[in-house]
Design a protein around this ligand. Structure first.
Ligand SMILES: [Zn+2]
Length: 175
């Protein structure tokens, strides 16, 4: 018997959210979309997952209105996946999850997320402790921390070695 995908009988919004984003790889696709990844081959290279799994996650996230499929080239036809407001609203969740792991397990920092206007590192929920508000995602600057691999094998990983704002599109060369 395979494990079901839903949490039937759970009257709980968290369970409902996990039905949408709780499958393996789904939140990492959202993370990459927040980092500015839009193209299938870039998701594939950066996540290193089987094509069928990626295709299924992209389809599910599009159906949920978390990603929007947009045609960027007609011949041959090519689509990209752009994160929507509903997807962007997951940023504080991902920020909080990442920080929870690092703090609870005493890990070296992989990336810094800062308020671009003042350079202060964001708090656990995406807020700027200096300015006192939740920073709009487009104003979040990320730059590499000491724990990050300085020589990643994939083009997205290399693009993410430079300081850049969230949502700023990453466009690798067509393959
Ligand atoms: Zn600030």
């Amino acid at each position: 018997m395979s494990l079901g995908k839903d949490y039937a009988g759970q009257e709980c919004s968290m369970a409902g959210a996990l039905e949408v984003v709780g499958e393996r790889w789904t939140l990492l696709v959202v993370r990459d979309a927040l980092y500015g990844v839009r193209r299938y081959n870039d998701f594939l290279a950066h996540l290193g997952i089987p094509r069928a799994v990626l295709a299924s996650r992209l389809q599910a996230l599009t159906a949920e209105g978390i990603l929007e499929k947009r045609r960027y080239q007609e011949s041959p036809p090519r689509d990209e996946y752009v994160i929507t407001e509903r997807g962007i609203a997951l940023w504080p969740v991902l920020r909080s999850l990442g920080r929870w792991k690092r703090e609870q397990y005493g890990e070296t920092q992989l990336r810094f997320f800062r308020h671009a206007d003042c350079g202060t590192e964001l708090g656990s929920y995406g807020e700027c402790p200096a300015c006192g508000y939740v920073v709009p995602v487009a104003d979040v600057l990320m730059d590499p921390g000491p724990g990050l691999d300085p020589d990643p094998a994939d083009p997205v990983g290399r693009a993410l070695l430079k300081p850049r704002r969230l949502l700023q599109p990453i466009e690798s060369d067509p393959v």
